[in-house]
Design a protein around this ligand. Structure first.
Ligand code: PMP
Length: 442
């Protein structure tokens, strides 16, 4: 049994001052933990429980928590500089140069503070460039909290052909102008573009929809999107907020060999420090009014703060100098093949998916093709699985439709222990719990 008394007491206090006691909706899950320390692959709560962390705060920690090299560079930067309301900084120039060097679509780049800001700017730019109102996004993909990407994977209504209520308070127009297609279905996208001929500004896509775990693009899907965009005069936006820097220093676009018009990045870019970026073709980026004559508003008091820029430079530098991706990819491959073996040995229905440092176990008996099929996922089984793993000191995301992240700080020993515990826990669950209570319902 997990000791949570100290966390519970603090959580009650948090609720007095903050609605729900947490500062992001998705953080409100049981057990309600209060975290007090993070280091490398480990996180610690108020009761002194230590966990090997695979949630990685939804993905930023590619090097590990509180990485000494990154933190050192941030401290060094703060000893001489911080934030200015005019001009630019040496750190901003250095970081922009690195991103344009590594990310194929980045001829120019602008910095902001969160992934939501980056997608907002990219979508508004696409609307300005094309003079069109509509946006195509994909079922299950998440691009932030704002009205421009009103529909997201958290809603049961995020199904093709249905209208998502989005969030209370959203503009009806934003919902009306967001069209949903099925990931990996080029025919669906083509039909939508034909039906809406002349009104679609952009297609935005997570090149791998990690907000529903890991569904890989079918051969030719991403290249097909690019062709369709060219044929119908829309811009292609890769939302690489999760995939950028995690799957390659050049993002998943480098791996896929498909170069979008615009790219959004965040998360792994700065190993947990708050910074994000929108990048793309110069001819589009120069529409932003950071350049005199530009007519697309771009601003932010904290844009380019020394903390985020120094952290991003350091994170990318480490990727340039050390075998970061090679190491985390090797561990990822190992985890996936071992979990596959465990499921087979125990006769548990499941699909093990992933890419590089990311893995997902869907407790279902067939390869999911899109979000709708994930309704077959055995959510109840996953909740029990996650809870038991927490008791063994392993921390996973609260939802089965999400992913696990390996960082450069995870050791082979961490991974071996994790796999051992996964087998132990699944063995216990198999004898005490009947899988399939949800399977086949949808
Ligand atoms: N795009 C993607 C693909 C994301 O996963 C997220 C956040 N999970 C966002 C955009 C929004 O980023 P942020 O939470 O930093 O605003």
């Amino acid at each position: 049994q997990l000791k949570t008394e100290a966390s519970q007491a603090l959580y009650e206090e948090a609720n007095l001052y903050t609605p729900g006691g947490v500062h992001t909706s998705i953080r409100n899950v049981e057990p309600h933990l209060v975290f007090t320390r993070a280091e490398g692959a480990y996180i610690y709560d108020a009761d002194g429980n230590k966990y090997i962390d695979y949630q990685a705060a939804f993905g930023p920690y590619i090097l590990g928590h509180n990485h000494p090299y990154v933190n050192g560079k941030v401290i060094e930067a703060l000893q001489r500089t911080d934030l200015f309301g005019n001009g630019t900084t040496d750190l901003e120039i250095e970081l922009a140069k690195k991103i344009c060097k590594h990310v194929p679509s980045a001829e120019q780049v602008l910095f902001c503070n969160s992934g939501s800001e980056a997608t907002y700017h990219a979508i508004r730019l696409a609307r300005a460039v094309t003079g069109r109102p509509k946006l195509i996004k994909f079922q299950g993909c998440y691009h932030g909290w704002h009205d421009y990407v009103a529909r997201n994977m958290l809603s049961a209504w995020d199904m093709v052909g249905k209208r998502d209520p989005g969030s209370a308070g959203m503009l009806e127009e934003a919902l009306d102008n967001t069209l949903i297609c099925t990931y990996n279905d080029l025919a669906d996208v083509e039909q939508t573009l034909q039906r809406e001929e002349g009104s679609v500004a952009a297609i935005i896509v997570e090149p791998i929809p990690h907000n529903i775990g890991c569904i890989l693009p079918r051969e030719g899907f991403l290249a097909g999107l690019k062709k369709l965009c060219e044929a119908h005069g829309a811009l292609l936006i890769f939302d690489e907020v999760i995939t950028g820097f995690r799957h390659d220093i050049g993002g998943f676009q480098k791996v896929a060999g498909v170069t979008p018009d615009l790219t959004t990045m965040g998360k792994a870019m700065a190993n947990g420090f708050p910074i994000a970026a929108v990048a793309g073709k110069r001819k589009y980026m120069e529409r932003f009014n950071t350049k005199p004559g530009g007519d697309v508003w771009f601003a932010g008091t904290y844009n380019g703060h020394a903390v985020g820029t120094a952290a991003a430079i350091a994170t990318i530098e480490l990727m340039e100098q050390e075998p970061v991706h090679e190491t985390i990819f090797r561990l990822g491959d190992h985890v996936r093949s071992e979990i596959r073996g465990i499921l087979d040995r125990l006769g548990i229905q499941g699909v093990v998916s992933g890419f590089g440092s990311v893995w997902t176990t869907y407790f279902m008996d067939f390869e999911p093709k899109h979000y709708a099929e994930l309704q077959h996922n055995d959510a109840e089984f996953y909740v029990a699985y996650r809870k038991k793993l927490m008791e063994k000191g392993i921390f996973k995301l609260p939802m089965n439709l999400k992913r696990n992240h390996i960082s450069y700080s995870h050791t082979q020993a961490d991974i071996d222990y994790t796999l051992e515990m996964i087998e132990t826990v699944l063995k216990e669950l198999k004898s005490s719990y009947k899988q399939g209570t949800e399977a086949g319902k949808a």
